[in-house]
Ligand binder design. Sequence first.
Ligand code: ADP
Length: 482
Amino acid sequence: MMKVLFATSEAHPLAKTGGLADVSGSLPVALQDIGVDVRVLMPGYPSALAKAENLSRVFRIDLPTHGETALLRGTFPGTGVPVYLIDHAGYYGRDGLYQDQSAQDWPDNALRFGLLSQFAAWLAGSKSPLGFKADVLHCNDWQTGLAPAFLNFEKPPRPPSVFTIHNIAYQGIFPAAVVEKLGLPKESFSVDGMEYYGNLSFLKAGLVYADRITTVSPSYAKEIQTEEFGMGFQGLLSARKNVLSGILNGIDTQEWNPATDPHLYAPYSADNIAGKSANKLSLQGELGLQYNAKTPLLGMVSRMTEQKGSDVVIEAVPKLLELGVQLVVLGSGDQKLETTWRKLANANPGRIAVVIGYNEGLAHRIEAGADIFLMPSRFEPCGLNQMYSLRYGTPPVVNNVGGLADTVTHASQENLNQGEATGFVINFLDKYSLIETVSRALILYRHKLAWQKLLKNGMTRDFGWKKSAHQYLELYQDMCEG
Ligand code: ADP
């Protein structure tokens, strides 16, 4: 039986800020379903300690840099996937996974995630105190980036490691001074190692020392080898392209199922879509929008950052309103974007609703109640929301990048004729092409039959984890064979 230690900094439902948590919550379940013995390792944040089930202590240790630390063992609620939680109240016992309430990174993040990385390498390596001997260490994003480095400096035998890039924009960059504190050998701090322009980059450590690199869509795997998308790492990634591949994320099809979703006002499905309009009217009511089944309702749920193209949508708002739509926006992040959205909502009561914050239930209701979903990301490693919206019969308008390009089929005449179309793809993102693409979507929206066909195409696509889980298993097997 293949044994995998899966190290991550967040996993739904124990702790979540974004897509990484969704993947870390559902990929292990899919792997378990196909016979992999996978165990998750993550920090023991308060929410994780509260929500994990069957918790018990495995050991306690006093570490030179980090002090007293315990390892707990438990299971994910619902799925029973085993999870190891690092119990260190001084590091993880706060609200906010990476940042404080005013969106400032915690000043000790290098130590917090240095500890996570160190534990990952230790528990996967030959000196592990666990009975569980991992065949593969699977690391995710910069927070676990030092793990392949720690492992690399251990004496063999040691298991191979794979590092998955969920978003290359987050690079875990810290002053050089922390290297020694973290217990890494000095020689690792070089241009061929984890030094990045005089600083330490956790991400670079993962990219340099892991045996394999994956990212979360085939298109993004190619894009990050270019200057436009590589964010400084394109050289390293193209040099390692032989060990770099893309495996598309799946979605949790139980959590995101309009037929059984407890957050919705009314259930519906591809075969019985009537309930969707009840969700729209109720959403309009919930958010103080004008009640009108016919007014096209555009929805957006995302972190408010440059990446997600929130600013492009803002620029397009006057024209979008002229097209006669309503707009609902849920998200938080960049304060300037938040303020601008608030102002737009105040200036357009009944037509634009903006909710700043994180609200799981509302995210589900927007996916269900909106007619069209906006996701014009400048780059998108995989993206989950466009898949949720496809499944909820809310055709997405997306930019032609990364996972968006890999999951949405543009409603061209040809694709419509062949029954393949599922959404709307923008080729060069700016406000003009966004407006043009939304206009095109609205034309189709008014052709009831064609629209219903489009919804059905998206709703019946298979976005489950099964296929991807098999691809990961093949990769693990390949790694073990050397
Ligand atoms: P990313 O990981 O880049 O933020 P994804 O589309 O891959 O983007 O995943 C985002 C996840 O976070 C989705 O599950 C989405 O529903 C959720 N999400 C993002 N912002 C919010 C919010 N403000 N409220 C509720 N859920 C949100």
